[in-house]
Design a binder for this molecule. Structure first.
Ligand code: AMP
Ligand code: MG
Length: 351
């Protein structure tokens, strides 16, 4: 299959530019498209063949459900049943935006879309291209991140092409995504609200709208704990990983730099290619051939936005041992570290 690349300027496009993409979606094909979080790999959520193609293209385990993207509140009632008051309040407060809400599913939503679960994850994205694609096609779009399973999520069309060229019908290239990490996921299908995946929408933001918010214990643990399985099936897999071995070093900036410089020297002596992930404020503290800044500590959104690009860059550069600072001092930090820790397969040391 030849993957068509369609360039679209999110700030200035006309309906005709999405016509091919809409036809592909309506006929059961796959289109990768930009959202405000990361690129999604979309197919018709009501077509079991389309969702099975998504799993195949990504190499995704079939028990890992997809998020259904919608463009209106009417769409919500097409996919979800027994919509809870608290879930509806969150939808009204945060949609369109980077919050995924889990409800009981309508029986028409195929089990292949929900990984066999009786619930469905739903999100209304705020990206102009994503919104228009859903609206114009009339398709509720099942879309996980548009990466090969286990790889860092794509934040540019080039990342999608690197992973999925020849495996999907089309990529809509709408430039870089804004937020750069996946949506927050909450379960609203029961009595309270449970956070299953941290993201740009934080617990405090949720608490401004509803009272009863807890976090799935599995997402807050820094070690894989026996007996604790993440409630979002996708959170249990090794994820976001670069090809090189990533180690996170935490502590004061000078202690971290001292420790990382020592580890770099050791590995370089053994002939390995090493790299450091630092920030604008700390990058001058390091001695290493490859030193990359993820963003500025004064602007935490820049760190979230820089995360996946930098993990992929490590692969392009052929880094075999990667040492990173820790980024958990700020509000978004929990969401960034949740992903970093998985990318590092739980390798963290204190300097
Ligand atoms: P992705 O879109 O690639 O970020 O993956 C979707 C995430 O949503 C995965 O972690 C899934 O496990 C999670 N998810 C989707 N549907 C459900 C559901 N019904 N219940 C729990 N988690 C879900
Ligand atoms: Mg994903």
């Amino acid at each position: 299959m030849v993957t068509k690349v369609q360039k679209i300027n999110p700030d200035n496009f006309i309906a005709e530019e999405l016509e091919d993409a809409c036809n592909i979606l309506r006929s059961g094909g796959l289109v990768a498209f930009p959202t405000e979080t990361v690129y999604g790999l979309g197919g018709d959520a009501f077509n079991p063949l389309a969702s099975s193609k998504i799993y195949e293209a990504k190499g995704r385990p079939s028990d890992n459900p997809l998020i259904v993207h919608i463009a209106s509140m009417e769409d919500l009632y097409r996919v979800a049943d027994g919509i809870t008051d608290s879930g509806l309040k969150l939808a009204e407060a945060f949609w369109p935006g980077p919050l995924t809400i889990i409800f009981k599913k309508k029986k028409e939503v195929p089990l292949s879309t929900t990984g066999g679960l009786s619930t469905v994850a739903v999100r209304m994205p705020s990206h102009a291209v994503a919104m228009e694609l859903i609206r114009q096609s009339g398709v509720c779009i099942a879309a996980p991140s548009a990466n090969k399973s286990g790889r860092p999520s794509p934040v540019k069309a080039e990342h999608v092409i690197d992973d999925l060229d020849g495996r999907i019908d089309m990529v809509i290239d709408g430039g870089g995504t804004g937020i750069g990490i996946e949506s927050s996921i909450v379960d609203a299908s029961g009595s309270g609200i449970v956070i299953l995946r941290p993201g740009y929408i934080t617990k405090d933001m949720l608490l401004n709208v509803v009272d009863n918010v807890t976090a799935d214990p599995a997402i807050e643990s820094r070690r894989p704990k026996e007996g604790i399985t993440a409630k979002a099936p996708g959170m249990k897999y090794r994820h976001y990983a670069p090809e090189g071995e990533l180690l996170i070093v935490e502590g004061s900036p000078s202690a971290v730099a001292g420790k990382i410089n020592m580890l770099v020297e050791e590995k370089e002596k053994e002939g390995y290619k090493t790299a450091v992930i630092a920030t604008d404020e700390t990058k001058d503290l390091y001695k290493c051939e490859i030193i990359k800044s993820i963003g500025s500590r004064k602007n935490e959104a820049s760190i979230a936005a820089g995360l996946y690009g930098i993990l992929r860059e490590m692969d392009y550069l052929g880094a075999q041992y990667i040492y990173s600072e820790s980024f958990d001092n700020d509000i978004l930090g929990g969401a960034v570290m949740n992903r970093m820790i998985k990318a590092a397969a739980y390798h963290i040391v204190h300097a």
